[in-house]
Each structure stands twice: as structure tokens, then as C-alpha cells.
Design a protein around this ligand. Structure first.
Ligand code: NAP
Ligand code: MG
Length: 493
């Protein structure tokens, strides 16, 4: 049976069929504050039995009871109530998010506000899902109706914990699906707090279920489960590939938001100050733990030396600190594993390129998974630090000769999530935009993300789109309905 929680450590529970519950095994695992390395909570270690219960609850809620009868208007109102509750609890949610993930409190506040906006957006969109009347050449009415796919399994990473949950839950609820969400093992807390808002907002039991556990033992059974109809996954490319294989046996709909090695391209005519700022923001926001991080910084030869120097000088002034300190611009990485992984890339980078900033553990921290903002330059695009996703505050600066060279280097990666181009020449900028093989392209900025606009990758960065009207489409099936208006027999035989 379940042991007692350690003194001072808050124990959270899973949320299945409208109730908070322990796992079948009674086991819990610790959740760490990455700035102190201390245990701040423990959460249930869900396994196959728990996943089966959660899927059964989601299946039953989809197939019978109140949810299938719920109108789009009612689903919209539920989403608005969830948004309102998130806004009301924003301060405590942001604090918990910052403590658990290591991100600066100011960034966590933006994330929580974005969560509320996401629920509001899909609350509005719930009543704007339109079908079609198909102009068939017969005395008939032909319709294309949109219907919810069914039970959605939603598996998310640790870099934007509640926001990734919002991106998946809000469109699913708007569409009329039911869900089983598995947060990342490192950052399950805000999702479990959010679970406590669901019933009060009017969501029937079983519509949203949240189970915490590990990828192999909770995520995989969820992906394989025959009663799950759709998988929405955000995470690494390597796990994404396994998900597609596992989903094939039961022909599930899959959307994948995977990683990237996104180019941030600077032409000599760009505003220099804005460019330096944009290069730093593009790669160091959220400690560089961003799927769309501009981790390859492509700089036109004529400004290259000046650019590297200015970027390195400013990188050294970025204020690292405790996540809850409002002056902090960069917190610790999320976990010891990630810290070691990123540091191994920093060591590798020293053998592959030159270093202009970072490369040492920041001296002022006795504890915590802090990595200094690191700038490598003279990086060859074929180097491992230019090809592999590091997912930490590590930039690879690469010179280019001209526009064609920039495009060639930018596209020379298996990934295609995002890219940015900086220039005051609108014609050049747009030529580059068209040539880039990426799902999101910014001009004279990098990273702004809006719930109204689609998000997702080309190539090995995944398929399907989240956010905007595209986001709800991924939770909808299309049913063709033919209504014959001829009252006579067909008359064929
Ligand atoms: P990850 O290891 O792929 O994990 C993502 C999620 O998948 C976690 O919940 C994980 O569980 C689960 N998982 C792991 N193995 C699984 C399996 N065999 N079956 C089912 N589920 C499994 O990625 P991460 O380290 O958490 O996050 C970093 C990665 O996410 C980066 O590559 C980043 O680029 C990507 N990312 C992409 C986007 C985007 O929008 N494109 C956004 C954010 C992050 P555990 O927690 O137990 O590992
Ligand atoms: Mg993982």
C-alpha cells in the first residue's frame, strides 16, 4: 500500500473519472525544484492498470452519458470558465510552474496567461466549427459533417508544462473529444492543480483524465491502447518515431510536435542592436529549453566578427538566478539529466568550434542545474552542435557568404520546425521566407507565439498543427452524409 508522504512534501494525486486517486501500485515518485535540487512534491507513478482505468473513463464519457449530448455552446462556456479560473489562480500557478520547471517567474506568468488565452480562444472556436454542403450532381443534399475523433491520448514535455497541456486539452474539449493527459515526469504539478478546476467548470467525469508517470510505463501503454483514437505528442524526435510505430498497430491518428535546430538568419542590413537582441532572445529564452530555439545563428560574413563580439558581450550580462527572483532572466535547467546532457554538448562544442561566452559552471551557485549562456562561433553546419538538438542555452554561430548560401545552410538539417530572417530589405526577406523548409518563419523577430496562428513542423519536426483553427481540426473527423431527395426506386435492376 501507499507509504506516507515525507514530512513537508506535498503529495499530489492523479485525476481519473472525476476523482483524485493514487496509482494502483500505491507508488509515488519525487518532484524536484531544479534550483535547490530539493524534493518539493511527490506524484503517483501510474502504470498500465492506471492507464487502463483512465482510458476506460474517457471511453465511457465519450460513448455515453452527458458529454456526447453537450452542445458546442456549452463546451465553449466550460472552456471560458476554465480560462477564468486560471486567471484567478494565475499567481500561484505561475509560482508552482517556476519552482517545478526552473523557469523565471516572469516567464511563468506569461505562460499561465497564455494558458488562459488558449482556453478562451477554443471556447470561442467551439461554436465556429463548420461543415460543408457538397455540390454533388444529383437530386440530393451532400454534407460534410465534423465530429469529434474520440478518446485522445496527450503526451507532453517539461519545458512549458501547463501551456503544453492547454494547447492539447482546449481544442480537444472544444471538439467534444475526451482525453487522457500524461504530463512529463519532471513537471507534473500544475496539470494536477488544474485538474481540480475541471468539475467546477462543468466538465463531466471522465472527459479529462490526468495520469503522472514515466514514458515507458505510462506513456507507451497509453499509446498502444486500442480504445484510444488519437495521439497528440510533443517531445523529442526519437520518442516521436517510437510513437508512430506503436500507433500503427491500431491505426491511430497521430500528431507530432517534435524538436528542431532552427536557423536565425542575420543579413548585414538588419538593424544591428535589434539583431543582437533577437539572437539572444531566440536562443536563450526559457534557458534555451524551447523546441523552436534559434540555436543556429547564421550571420552574413561582412558583420560576422562584430556580431559574435557583441552577442558574446551581451550574453555574459544575462542574469542567472533563482526562478522566483523577479530580476532573474535565466533559471536552472529542468533536471540533472538535462544539465548533464547540455554540459556534454558544451564539452563537445569545445572540440568542434571556438567559444565566445559560457563554457564554465556559473560560480555563484552551490546548488541547482545552472548553465551559463554559451556562444560557440566558427561552427561548421555539419558539426554535431549544429545538427543535434541540445535543448539548453547553447548557441552555434555560423557565417554565411550570401543569400543562397544562407538558405542552403538553413535548410541543411533533418528538422524543420522554425526559422527567422532579419533584414530591412522586404524582397530579400520574403525570398528567404519562401525558400525555408520550416513550419514557422519569423521576420525581424523570433519566438512570438499566438494561439490564433498555427504551430508545427516540416520534415522530422513532426506533422499536424496545433493552435488556431488548425488545432481543432486535428481533433475532428469528417463524416460524409448523402440525403437522397428522389422518392422513386433507383430503377437499376
Ligand atoms: P521526451 O523524452 O520525448 O518526452 C516527451 C514525453 O513523452 C514525456 O511525457 C515522456 O515521458 C514521454 N515519453 C517518453 N518515452 C515514451 C514512450 N516510449 N512512449 C510514450 N511516451 C513516452 O522529450 P522531453 O525530454 O520531455 O522534452 C524535450 C523535447 O521535446 C525536445 O526534443 C523538444 O524539442 C521537444 N519539444 C517540442 C515542442 C514542439 O512544439 N515541437 C515543444 C516542446 C518540446 P517522461 O516524462 O517519463 O520522459
Ligand atoms: Mg523524457
Amino acid at each position: 500500500m501507499a507509504s506516507e508522504a515525507k514530512v513537508g512534501v506535498r503529495r499530489y494525486e492523479n485525476y481519473i473519472n472525476g476523482e483524485f486517486c493514487a496509482s494502483a501500485s500505491g507508488k509515488y515518485f519525487p518532484v524536484i525544484d531544479p534550483s535547490t535540487e530539493e524534493i518539493i512534491a511527490e506524484v503517483p507513478e501510474a502504470g498500465e492498470a492506471d492507464v487502463n482505468r483512465a482510458v476506460a473513463a474517457a471511453r465511457a464519457a465519450f460513448d455515453s452519458g452527458a458529454w456526447p449530448q453537450t452542445t458546442a455552446q456549452e463546451r465553449g462556456r466550460i472552456l471560458f470558465r476554465l480560462a477564468e479560473r486560471i486567471r484567478k489562480e494565475a499567481a500561484s500557478l505561475a509560482e508552482l510552474e517556476a519552482r517545478n520547471s526552473g523557469k523565471p517567474i516572469v516567464e511563468a506568468e506569461y505562460d499561465i496567461a497564455d494558458c488562459a488565452t488558449c482556453f478562451e480562444y477554443y471556447g470561442g472556436l467551439a461554436t465556429k466549427v463548420l461543415g460543408f454542403v457538397n455540390p454533388v450532381p444529383d437530386n440530393a443534399i451532400s454534407l460534410s459533417l465534423k465530429e469529434p475523433i474520440g478518446v485522445a491520448a496527450q503526451i507532453i514535455p517539461w519545458n512549458y508544462p501547463l501551456l503544453m497541456a492547454a494547447w492539447k486539452l482546449a481544442p480537444a474539449i472544444a471538439a467534444g473529444c475526451t482525453c487522457v493527459l500524461k504530463p512529463a515526469e519532471q513537471t507534473p504539478l500544475t496539470a494536477l492543480v488544474f485538474a481540480g478546476f475541471l468539475a467546477e467548470a462543468g466538465l463531466p467525469p471522465g472527459v479529462v483524465n490526468i495520469v503522472t508517470g514515466f514514458g515507458e510505463t505510462a506513456g507507451a501503454p497509453l499509446v498502444r491502447h486500442p480504445d484510444v483514437n488519437k495521439i497528440a505528442f510533443t517531445g523529442s524526435a526519437s520518442v516521436g518515431k517510437q510513437i508512430v510505430k506503436m500507433a500503427a498497430d491500431t491505426v491511430k491518428r497521430v500528431t507530432l510536435e517534435l524538436g528542431g535546430k532552427s536557423p536565425n538568419i542575420f543579413f548585414a542590413d538588419a538593424d544591428f542592436e535589434a539583431a543582437i537582441d533577437g539572437a539572444l532572445f531566440g536562443v536563450f529564452i526559457n534557458q534555451g529549453e524551447v523546441c523552436s530555439a534559434g540555436s543556429r545563428i547564421l550571420v552574413e560574413q561582412s558583420i560576422y566578427s562584430k556580431f559574435v563580439e557583441a552577442m558574446a558581450a551581451k550574453a555574459k550580462t544575462i542574469r542567472l538566478g533563482a526562478p522566483l527572483d523577479r530580476e532573474t532572466k535565466m533559471g536552472p535547467l529542468v533536471s540533472r539529466d538535462q544539465y548533464e546532457r547540455v554540459n556534454s554538448y558544451v564539452a563537445l562544442g569545445k572540440t568542434e568550434a571556438k567559444i565566445a561566452a559560457g563554457g564554465e559552471r556559473p560560480a555563484k551557485f552551490a546548488k541547482g542545474f545552472y548553465v551559463a549562456p554559451t556562444v560557440f562561433y566558427d561552427v561548421d553546419n555539419s558539426a554535431r552542435i549544429a545538427q543535434e538538438e541540445i535543448f539548453g542555452p547553447v548557441a552555434a554561430v555560423i557565417p554565411f557568404a550570401n543569400e543562397a548560401d544562407a538558405i542552403k545552410i538553413a535548410n541543411a538539417t533533418p528538422y524543420g520546425l522554425a526559422a527567422a530572417v532579419w533584414s530591412r530589405d522586404i524582397f530579400k526577406a520574403f525570398r528567404v521566407v519562401k525558400a525555408l523548409r520550416a513550419g514557422i518563419v519569423w521576420v525581424n523577430h523570433m519566438q512570438p507565439t499566438y494561439v490564433e496562428a498555427p504551430w508545427g513542423g516540416y520534415k522530422q519536426s513532426g506533422f499536424g498543427r496545433e493552435l488556431g483553427p488548425f488545432g481543432i481540426d486535428e481533433y475532428l473527423e469528417t463524416k460524409q452524409v448523402h440525403i437522397n431527395l428522389n422518392e422513386q426506386p433507383i430503377g437499376w435492376y
